[in-house]
Structures are given as C-alpha cells and as structure tokens.
Design a protein around this ligand. Structure first.
Ligand SMILES: Cc1cc2nc3c(=O)[nH]c(=O)nc-3n(C[C@H](O)[C@H](O)[C@H](O)COP(=O)(O)OP(=O)(O)OC[C@H]3O[C@@H](n4cnc5c(N)ncnc54)[C@H](O)[C@@H]3O)c2cc1C
Length: 406
C-alpha cells in the first residue's frame, strides 16, 4: 500500500492552495481565522466561487458537474480548504440532497433543483431528527397523510441546523404508520420553507450562536410531486444520504489548523512570566496532539487507499473510526487552545456575538486581547462533534459489527 503522495497529488495540493489564497474574500478569511462561524453570506459567496471553478460539486458524477478526482485528491482538497480557513460548502446541498436528487430524483426534480442546489441559490436544511428519534431515526413520528395530490404534514423536527437560513427542507415523514417494520413506512419529501404552517424556533447553543432550530409542521400541504422516490421507500433514500460521507469525515484539516494556531499564539502566552512553550508539560501536550494528527492522517490515507481498490465505491466502515478519532482530536485541540488562553477568551467571543443583545457600541469593552478571542466558541461547539453525524456509541456499534464482527 502506497502511503506517500505522488508528484501529481503534490502539484494538485499546490494548485488548490493557490486558488484558495487568490480567491477567498479577505473578510471571510479574517472571520474564519478568528474562529467565528461563517456568516450565511460567507458560505454563499465562497460556494459560488467554487461552483464557477467547478469545484463545489467535485463529489458529484461528472455529467452533473463533478470532477474525476481520486479519493486522495478529494481528501487533499478538503484538508486544504480547512487549513486555509475557508468556509465549508453547504453540506446539506452538496453532500446530501444533491447526490440524492441525482440518484433518485425525477427528471422534473433534477431540472428544477440541481443547478440552484450547486450554486446555493437554494439553501437546504435536513429535517430528520425528532425529539425521541435521533440514533433510532426509524422511530420518527412526523406524519404525512395523502389528500388528493398533496400530503398534509404534521409534527416536529429538532436540531435542524441552519433552518433559519434555509429556503427548502428535505424531511423524512411517516406515510404508513401500520407498516410491518418502522423503516417501511417512511417517505422523503422536499418542502418549501415558505409553505404556510411551518414555524422555525431557534435553539441557542452553549457557545451563544444560533445554529440549531426546532421546526414545527402544522397542516403543511406538500405536493406529491415533491416526494423523492417511491412512497414508503424514503428509508432507502435516507440510507443512501447518510452513507454518503466518505473522506473528510475526520475533519483533520481543522485540527491541523488549530495546531498551527497554537504555534502562532505561543509568543503571546506566558506561564508565571515565562513563555508557555517553555513549560515541559505544555510542550508534551502539543507534541502528543501532533503525533495523533499524523497518525490520523496515515489512517485516513489507508482508508482512502483501500476505497480506491474497491469497485463498489461504498463507504468503508473504517470511516466510523475516522469519525471517532477525528472528533476526539478536534475536541482536544480546541481544549488545548482554550486552556492556553484561559479566561481571556470569553469576553471577546461574547462581544462578537453581541450576547447581551445590545447595540454594538454599548457592549462592555472586551478584557481579552484579540488573539485570544477565538478560543471559546470552537471549544464549546466541539463538544457536539461526538454527537453530530451519528454518535460515538453508534460509530462503535458499526465498528463492532462490520469490522470486529462481534
Ligand atoms: C452539531 C449537530 C448538528 C446536527 N444537525 C442536524 C440536522 O441538521 N438535522 C437533523 O435532523 N439532525 C441534526 N442533528 C441531530 C443528530 O443527528 C442527533 O443528535 C443524533 O443522531 C443523536 O440523536 P439524539 O440527540 O436524539 O440522541 P439519542 O439518540 O437519544 O442518544 C442519547 C445517547 O444514547 C446513546 N445511544 C443511543 N442509541 C444507542 C445504541 N443503540 N447503542 C449505544 N448507545 C446508544 C447515544 O450515543 C447518546 O450518547 C445534529 C446534531 C448535532 C450535534
């Protein structure tokens, strides 16, 4: 197995790096470097720049605007984007609903949605989880009852990321409550967020940001033409969508960028008057995280190399390992920075988000320096990485079954 990058791959990395450096808007870079979440306009602008270049939809089949990149090139592209502090493309559009429409959509659905989905003219969100139905997604209760050429949808979704930005939601709904198995009574609907009867209620997360929402459906009428694939076969669509995450799941580039940050922060940070990096324990901690990042990079390359040898293109169950280890590394690198800057971190972050909900001029002046301001948000938000996209326990269940065969 070859774990080294080829000449072509090294040249590709340089090309990606140069493109991002030359095209990422300065304001976006500044926000992202400081660790703040990208604004909606940051994401839309960057996705359109990438789409013009043909790179937003690189994972899609070539006839729909995809690139003939190897899994290693995809991994390089993702890592470089993260290292350069570029916003990620809207994954609901690019990783989830786009490939679903390509695989399962009717010709009319493809014609209507695919190009605006690629260009982020439509912002999608994902309506899967419900109170009581997260890991056990097939138990979902939101109902859709056929009434002529419409479904009437009633129920509630939760943890719906960016629903407050979204133009459309793709949702799993129960169309047959009497089905033999819960999976057999689910359908997959595309719903315009402007349809009467939809209410979006914010959930403010621990870092003070508004990312999550509850979405309520109250007699929402959805044309049958907006159902993807067959009635009661939505679980097949959901499985395809959830299995679509492949390389990049470890989000290694983000952790590596954070390890770069700690090096840049070092001159500012002191421990009892001495430079923090003179502290033996701190040096050991940084070195240990760097070793883990290197080990994860090698494991990721091994998984990618294996995927390249498989002809079915199915995600390797080892990607669950990447998800667990990548999430842990993300949590530990953000904790390293938080510990290093300590109490200096919080006030700057709170000011930026205007947590006190005052006019910006009325905020208390930050007591922390700018360089410390970015630590708190990513640290707090990273606690969620062992839940999002399938919890650590669920990933371990997958590994037990598919890899250890227990
Ligand atoms: C950052 C983030 C973004 C998200 N965005 C979205 C979104 O846009 N749309 C959406 O629909 N959802 C979204 N979610 C929700 C996410 O999919 C769920 O949180 C996740 O599936 C877990 O479900 P739950 O929260 O109901 O926890 P539960 O499933 O209730 O789990 C609770 C605990 O029990 C454990 N557990 C459950 N079942 C088992 C089992 N069989 N074996 C062992 N342990 C088990 C879990 O690991 C966990 O520790 C998001 C979540 C996060 C954190």
């Amino acid at each position: 197995m070859e774990l080294r990058f080829t000449e072509e791959e090294i040249a590709f990395r340089q090309e990606v790096r140069a493109f991002i450096r030359g095209n990422l808007p300065a304001k976006t870079l500044e926000r992202m470097r400081l660790g703040y979440p990208p604004t909606k306009s940051d994401v839309v602008t960057w996705q359109r720049i990438l789409n013009k270049k043909g790179w937003a939809t690189y994972k899609w089949p070539q006839e729909y605007g995809g690139q003939a990149w190897s899994p290693t090139m995809r991994m390089i592209f993702q890592d470089e984007n993260m290292l350069a502090h570029a916003p990620e493309v809207n994954s609901f559009n690019i990783t989830m609903i786009g490939p679903v429409l390509i695989q399962f959509g009717t010709p009319e659905q493809k014609e209507r949605f695919i190009a605006p989905t690629a260009n982020l003219d439509i912002w999608w969100c994902q309506g899967f989880s419900e109170p009581g139905s997260g890991s056990d997604l097939a138990s979902l209760k939101t109902s859709a009852v056929l009434d002529g050429d419409h479904y009437v949808v009633n129920g509630q979704k939760i943890w719906t990321s960016t629903a407050h930005h979204a133009d459309w939601i793709f949702a799993l709904v129960r169309t047959n409550p009497q089905a033999r198995k819960p999976q057999e009574g689910i359908s997959f609907l595309l719903i315009d967020m402007k349809t009467p009867g939809i209410t979006v209620r914010p959930i403010i997360s621990i870092d003070g940001s508004h990312h999550f929402n509850e979405v309520f459906f109250d007699d929402v009428r959805v044309p049958v033409t907006q159902r993807v694939y067959e009635e009661n076969k939505g679980w097949d669509v959901a499985k395809f969508l959830l299995g679509n995450e492949r390389t990049g799941i470890a989000r290694l580039g983000k952790s590596m960028a954070r390890l770069e940050d700690i090096r840049e922060l070092s001159p500012h940070l002191r421990n009892h008057g001495a430079p923090l990096l003179d502290d033996k324990l701190q040096r050991e901690r940084v070195a240990s995280l760097e070793i883990r990042a290197k080990a994860l990079e090698i494991t990721q390359l091994r998984v990618v190399a294996k995927m390249m040898q498989q002809s079915d293109g199915k995600p390797d169950p080892f990607s669950s390992l990447l998800k667990i280890k990548g999430g842990e590394l993300g949590q530990d690198t953000s904790e390293l920075i938080m510990d290093a800057v300590g109490p200096l971190a919080m006030p700057q972050w709170a000011k930026e988000l205007d947590l006190l909900n005052r006019e910006s001029g009325e905020n208390e002046p930050p007591i922390g320096p700018d360089y410390a301001g970015f630590a708190a948000g990513p640290y707090l938000m990273h606690r969620a990485s062992s839940i999002a996209g399938g919890t650590t326990e669920i990933q371990k269940n997958i590994l037990n079954k598919a890899v250890l065969r227990l």
